[in-house]
Design a protein around this ligand. Sequence first.
Ligand code: SAH
Length: 543
Amino acid sequence: MAGLSSPLAIVILGPAALDTARRIQSRFDAARVHGLAHRVSADIAYDDFGEHMRELYRAGVPIVALCAAGIVIRALAPCLADKSAEPPVLAVAQDGSAVVPLLGGTSGVNALAREIGAALDIAPAITTSGELRFGQCLLAPPEGYALADIEQGKRFVSDLLAGATTRIEGGAPWLDAAALPLADDARLTVRITPHTVDDEHSLVIHPRCVLAWIDDDTGIVERVRIALRERGLSPLALAALVAPVHLMTSASLADAARALDLPLRFSDAAPFDSDDGIALQVHDAPVDAQSIGRARGTLTVIGLGPGNAESMTPAARAALDTAQDVLGYETYVRMAGPFRDDQRVHITDNREELQRARHAFELASEGRRVVVVSSGDPGVFAMAAAVLEALDRAYASQPAWRAVKLAILPGVSASLATAARAGAPLGHDFCVLSLSDNLKPWSVIEKRIAHAGEADLVMAFYNPLSKARPLQFDRAIDIVKRYRKPQTPVVLGRDIGRPAEALRVVTLGELKSEWVDMRTMVIVGSSTTRVVGDWVYTPRWYE
Ligand code: SAH
């Protein structure tokens, strides 16, 4: 079947559909289950079914809705005028007993229906006549091939349905099983060719069999277009842009690949010299871009947020979905999952941060898409600084690490997640401190608490207490008490965003270290922090 343009959205309304949804999900890369918030806990929560469906539809996301077909039709009715932008949309009975393709005839809905049918062990309810005979296999060629013109394709299929015969020119192995009305003297022709064809009696399918080898990075888009035109090749026949390794960090090259919608590969093994900086290499069959040289590796450091899926940013989610390697401490890697079989997971001990960062650079410099996970925000007492430290130490000696495309994606840090649950204790100036003395002397911690106390800042304490240093939290609080009244509100957030979440508001005077552990966030108010009802906040003003 044709590859899906974006990961499948499996939309459910309640827990009764979850089993079926997971069965379908297991069959599709990166598919996610979208569940109605407060009714069912799935991978992605939504609030309004109709709005959510329309948003997905307009974004071109293939949709499998586990509910009555009528509900889906009513939800999408306002968007149906524009048929060209139609992603596949299917209704599936909650108990998995029926699969009904509804929309997306030209974007592979029937192939999708068959695949879901296979997952659920039932026959899909295919209703399109062209598809039943030979429409779909002509208009949605398999990966590695592109249909030149969908409108012309539709006319071609209606001619066939009206009784015309056709010939096939070029290699189209998937059509062998299609039972097309073939005749050697047919007026119509299915042409499988990388060349542009201007002939109303042809259905043209381009194999992606052309590689564009570039050896300098200026004016690429224009030069590729000219080179294609000179040789009568279609842009749809391009399989990849290939450039020498020394151009790996070129931004104009990356822009050109994006503009041409092509994978970008790097190889110093150009098969021939060219004078004008570009050479087109035409193969006999589609070329798998993955098999040419290598990609520019990426290293993305993400924060998962405090723990619940809704607090993870969509950017972090997308990085996980496309990752080839995921590295992190076991608890966080488990939070980030589940992973597909093709994704490699590297679990390391929490304390081996620098080692993990180096390993990440090594994998990325081989061309892999690597994600390093932290909880909360990766820049707050977490992996982003370790990754940059590893780069810093190896900057001169590891040019391949410098060529890695590095990105750091922010996340919701524990202090922010805890503050939001409690109200707005960080509503005015505040500071964050780690009470762990693993990487800094305790005397520095004491001094900083004293200064923060004197400056009347709200304090958010990370790593407040561990078994290895049970008394230090009491010492920290003793210092705070020199600067704050006993009535000062203190927020204790434990496992915020996780199933065992617990929030407690106490006063500084009654605070006990037994209420605090390594999974707790401690926020100590300033002189102005107040309690109103169940809420804690620090006013925006200051006198
Ligand atoms: N990068 C993380 C912090 C790592 S330090 C972030 O930005 O949140 C680890 C400390 O963060 C823990 O000792 C605890 O104090 C705090 N913490 C992390 N997740 C938490 C959660 N879900 N609830 C409460 N505190 C949390």
